[in-house]
Design a protein. Structure first.
Length: 258
């Protein structure tokens, strides 16, 4: 089968087309013919080497944490899924940039819904991104109804999902920040009350919240943005740190500031 992977860490140029054997599903797994693979930031980190050098079979790593497609074979002990079922799957061990993958059924969901079969192109962007967005908002962030939220990297995958889920969870005002001005009109379409540049965010947020700040900040950027995120918290507010997009070496906070 065809796949896309890399033998050395680096930029996008290290990705190459590969000819690999089709995986055989093990116990509790299904084989999936991939129609669409999501592309998310962890795969860029993997390719750049932030998760280590390639260590897959033959020294090749195949990225891909999320796929949508059709079940083509069942491993031992699998029930509740049939060959031909349209599904989406999360692949914790990567491997989704391939024509066929083996997926653990714990992380496989049917695309059949009451409204019909979900679009596999959209579904391929869900399995890792939406649970992350839900986890940072609800589990780590403990978002309560009516609370105001600030979401950094508002136009990215998790940011976009978090904006939608914050609404579903009953958030009050939902603000977003982006790194460059050209992203503002795009992000503004995604359901935020207001989107502004990360540069100068504290001043802008003070202005729009009348100095109160926000109850919850989702921060995948880190570094100085983490300091500013703490600074714009309302009393009893929370900052959820779930990434380091800025690749900062270290971040420290003084107990007094906290
Ligand atoms: N996707 C997941 O399932 C998942 C799971 C766990 C954790 N995370 C973490 O969530 C974060 C976002 O992931 P994602 O999948 O949403 O990524 P994404 O869709 O690729 O979006 C990444 C965003 O990061 C910003 N960015 C890129 N380079 C940056 C830099 N050097 N400094 C500051 N910001 C930068 C960009 O926004 P601007 O242009 O607005 O800066 C971009 O919109 C990452 O830190 C990732 O590690 C993601």
């Amino acid at each position: 089968m065809r796949a896309v992977g890399f033998r050395a860490n680096g930029g996008a140029e290290v990705l190459e087309e590969l000819d690999l054997p089709e995986p055989v599903p093990g116990a509790g797994q299904v084989a999936v013919r991939v129609a669409f693979a999501g592309v998310n930031f962890a795969e860029i980190q993997q390719r750049r080497g932030e998760l280590g050098a390639p260590d897959g079979p033959g020294g090749v790593d195949v990225p891909g944490l999320e796929v949508a497609g059709v079940v083509v074979a069942l491993g031992a002990g699998v029930s509740g899924l049939e060959v031909g079922e349209p599904i989406a799957a999360y692949l914790p061990g990567f491997g989704g940039y391939a024509e066929v993958v083996s997926a653990d059924t714990r992380f496989v969901r049917s695309l059949r819904t009451e409204a019909g079969v979900a679009d596999p192109a959209e579904a391929a962007g869900l399995p890792r991104v939406y649970p992350t967005a839900f986890g940072v908002l609800k589990d780590a962030g403990r978002l309560r109804e009516g609370e105001d939220v600030l979401i950094h990297s508002a136009a990215g995958g998790v940011g976009f999902a978090a904006a939608q889920l914050a609404r579903e969870l009953g958030a009050g005002r939902v603000y977003g920040t982006v790194g460059s001005a050209e992203k503002i009109p795009y992000a503004a379409e995604l359901g935020y009350d207001e989107v502004f540049l990360r540069d100068g965010l504290a001043e802008r947020l003070t202005e729009v919240t009348g100095g109160r700040g926000v109850d919850l900040v989702l921060d995948p950027v880190g570094g100085p943005i983490r300091d500013q995120s703490l600074a714009v918290l309302a009393p009893f507010g929370r900052v959820v740190a779930y990434g380091d997009l800025g690749r900062h070496q270290q971040w420290t906070a003084s107990v007094w500031d906290l």
